[in-house]
Structures are given as C-alpha cells and as structure tokens.
Design a binder for this molecule. Structure first.
Ligand SMILES: [Zn+2]
Length: 202
C-alpha cells in the first residue's frame, strides 16, 4: 500500500468520537515504523504523550491520528497524537529477546505437556543436571504439577510428550502469536494498525 493511501486511510480516524477531557496519562501514542507497521508488538511500541510531542516538534515522526484531548500553552495548542509514524525506518531485529514473557507467548501461555493454562512455570526439557542449557530450544512453559511430575528427568524418561518442540522463534513468528493476546489498552485509532487483517475478515 502506498504511504499516501495509508495516511488517507488514517485521516478518517481523526474525528473519531473521543473524550476531550481524557486524562493526560491515558493518552499514550502508538508508534509505527516508517512502513506503518507497529515498531514492535511485544512490548507494544507506545510512547507517553510528552515523548510523542517532543518527537513531533523534532520532526522525527508524522502524526497519523489524534485524541480529542488537547494540550495548551500560551502560544499554541494541539490535539495529542494517538498514532505516530517514524520518518526514518528502523530495521526490526530478526530474533526477539529471550524473556519470560516472550517464552510464554511462544508457547501460547499453555503448559507444553498437558495444555493447562494455570500455574505456569518454566521447564528445562533436558534437566540442568544432565547438561541442559537455559535457552529457547531447551525451555518450555509447563504447569507446576507437570513440572513436579517430570522432576529431574528428560521427557522420554518421564514418559511425557511435548505438545511442540521448543524452538527459537523469529520476531515475525512471535508477533503472529501475539495477535491472539492483545494488550490491555487499545484506543480505537490503534486497531486498524494492529489488527487490520482481522477487521477485513469480520
Ligand atoms: Zn501441565
């Protein structure tokens, strides 16, 4: 899609119904890359209104959509940006960070042995005492009961089968998983940038 089309498409959100008395702390800006995809999904790229406005004045970003909420000074006033896009493209890293959240996300927040979503913890597939490392390929989400049952054994020794072999996911794979787990806060102007393919199906 051409950038001009994207901006036009975004423009219809600018007058979207919104509360002009919205608290400033509730006005974060969704940050898009120069290709109008979110700069990152996990964590979702969101800036405070102060950071967003600073970037606007430094001409590092374009405003794609705004809140009704305005800020004033004696000499100017502006609507707070709700979606901004970087002018310079930032190349996303191919692989996401090895964090607890990202690992749970890869495993869809389910125990990789029984499918439970309760009492999640981490399991060394090959136990540390057998030389198992703490890395993407050897850590799986597991519920406490399964973790306890497996103990210091390999899945084969314990007679437990993994639902999916743990892999090191690419950023793209993780983002794809992330669509099933939307962030807590979503302003209406963000939806089209985060879930536009979903909306087309609806
Ligand atoms: Zn389990």
């Amino acid at each position: 899609m051409l950038k001009a089309e994207l901006i036009e498409r975004a423009a219809r959100f600018r007058s979207a119904g919104d509360d002009p008395s919205r608290h400033l702390a509730d006005c974060p800006a969704l940050v898009l890359n120069a290709d109008y995809t979110p700069l990152s999904y996990y964590p979702l790229s969101v800036w405070s209104w102060q950071t967003a406005i600073k970037a606007v004045f430094l001409e590092r970003v374009d405003i794609v959509a705004s809140y009704e909420r305005e800020v004033h000074s004696p000499s100017w006033s502006m609507q707070l940006p709700s979606v901004i896009a970087l002018r310079d493209f930032v190349r996303p890293s191919e692989f996401p960070a090895f964090t607890r959240f990202n690992l749970f996300l890869r495993d869809k927040f389910t125990c990789q042995y029984c499918g439970s979503t309760q009492h999640l913890t981490f399991d060394h597939v090959v136990p540390r005492r057998l030389g198992g490392r703490t890395c993407w390929e050897n850590i799986a989400a597991a519920c406490s009961p399964c973790n306890l049952k497996k103990g210091g054994r390999t899945p084969r020794q314990a007679g437990m089968r993994l639902i999916e072999e743990p892999i090191r996911p690419t950023t793209w794979q993780l983002q794809d998983r992330g669509r099933a787990f939307p962030p807590n806060y979503l302003h209406e102007t963000w939806r089209d940038w985060l879930y536009w393919d979903v909306e087309l199906e609806a």
